[in-house]
Ligand binder design. Structure first.
Ligand code: ADP
Ligand code: MG
Length: 400
């Protein structure tokens, strides 16, 4: 083990693997590459040139990769601990963890490159009939089992403390819940021609700003379950066999609906991109993504309900009326979160590829307006029955 943290490079990473991890033989011919595409950390692949056997090392630095500003390195320990817990709860949906080094802030894990970045796959028009089944299984496994009702409540309380994730939560609180509505740091990036619309529909809509403040408070205080915290389509890797979920460094005990809402929001981005840039036709992709958007939440609720009934024996919480209330709270939060995520990925500074790739100004403005209008309904409308028909609302806005 090394005694002090330093940032690995293509040479030192090979030596590091040989010195610290029982994975390769000393005489193996190793090659290394840096494959990270995120804003935050460094990801290396080290591979045996002859056998192609490979391992992934994810290292956190004391400085943020994109901006160079300092960020608590403890986030890496949280990520490792969460990956381990998620591995126990939903083994086939996360990479296997081989090794962890707290000093160097290195997590060594299985190379899942057989699976592809889901956002890239969606943009290229691939569809995945097993996705709703797999993602709802992952979410139910990791979420129901970390609630106070299923997890031993003392273990849950202890873990809540362990996984307080102040730095990363602060990023979400600011970028998801505050800045898109109150641009107090001037970091929003508004597309030319959208200035008046954003001002009127977001900054000056007092009902919206108040509702989002309430949702922010819920996010900060509702320790329902150990959520992934950043479940967008770039954290999901997929192929025709299954899915792998990576990058849980934003994880903490938060509202269950937050993960579900994120998944839905990024499918909405994929659908809107396809609709405006390729065809409105009912091709396999559009049919599939529309159905996925509208079925993820009901499928999750139905599976969560079954698991809950099976596992919760505690007298207050096994009351079916309590369960019904709990499920309806999850549903409300999920729909509102989908709206929040759509808005922040449209006007905030961390835009998604689907928006950035839409360079035709007329299409881009149509896209942003339809997304913002739909998202506002999801946030403001308390009528869940109406809000469940997300695709219908979106198409109405796109056809305006
Ligand atoms: P960051 O925290 O910087 O966002 P990620 O965990 O998202 O880092 O990883 C960045 C990229 O590295 C991913 O998009 C993926 O391409 C690659 N990657 C990360 N973990 C693995 C893995 N276990 N197997 C293969 N590729 C991986
Ligand atoms: Mg990432």
């Amino acid at each position: 083990m090394y005694s002090k943290h330093f940032l690995l490079d293509l040479d030192t990473v090979k030596k590091y693997v040989l010195d610290n991890i029982d994975f390769f033989e000393k005489e193996d011919a190793l090659i290394s590459e840096e494959i990270g595409d995120g804003n935050i950390n460094y990801v290396f692949r080290v591979k045996n040139k002859n056998t192609n056997k490979s391992i992934i090392l994810k290292q956190a630095d004391v400085l943020l990769r994109s901006s160079g500003r300092p960020l608590d390195i403890n986030r890496n320990k949280i990520e490792y601990s969460i990956l381990k817990i998620q591995g126990e709860l939903s083994e086939k949906h996360v990479p296997k963890i081989f090794f962890y080094d707290e000093t160097m802030a290195v997590i060594a894990m299985e190379d899942i490159s057989e699976y592809k970045n889901m956002r890239t796959e969606l943009i290229s028009g691939k569809h995945f009939p097993h996705f709703v089944e797999e993602i709802t299984n992952f979410m139910v496994n990791t979420l129901v089992n970390t609630t106070d009702m299923v997890c031993d409540t003392k273990v849950k309380k202890q873990r809540t403390g362990l996984f307080v994730n102040p730095d990363l939560c602060e990023i979400s609180e600011d970028l998801v819940f505050t800045e898109p509505y109150i641009d107090y740091k001037g970091r929003n990036i508004i597309y030319p021609g959208m200035e008046d619309f954003v001002k009127k529909e977001l900054y000056e809509d007092e009902d919206l700003v108040l509702k989002v403040s309430k949702l922010k408070y819920e996010f900060m205080t509702r320790t329902q379950a150990l959520i992934h915290g950043d479940l967008h389509s770039g954290s999901i890797f997929i192929n025709e066999k299954g899915i792998k979920i990576i990058d849980p460094e934003f994880a903490f005990y938060g509202p269950i609906g937050y993960d579900i809402g994120n998944v839905i929001a990024h499918l909405v981005m994929a659908y809107t991109y396809r609709y405006l840039n390729h065809s409105k036709e009912e091709d396999d992709f559009s049919m599939w993504v529309k159905s996925a958007i509208d079925t993820i939440l009901p499928t999750f609720i139905q599976k969560f309900d079954v698991e809950y009934s099976k596992k919760v024996k505690e007298p207050s919480f096994s009351n079916p009326k309590f369960k019904e209330w709990f499920l309806s709270e999850i549903e409300k939060n999920a729909l509102a979160t989908a709206g929040l995520e759509i808005i922040r990925r449209t006007v905030g500074d961390t835009k998604v590829k689907e928006i950035e790739l839409t360079t035709d100004s007329k299409k881009r403005i149509k896209m942003e307006k339809a997304l913002i209008k739909t998202a506002k309904k999801l946030i403001l409308n308390e009528n869940r029955a109406e809000n469940r028909a997300i695709v219908k609302m979106l198409i109405q806005e796109l056809e305006e």
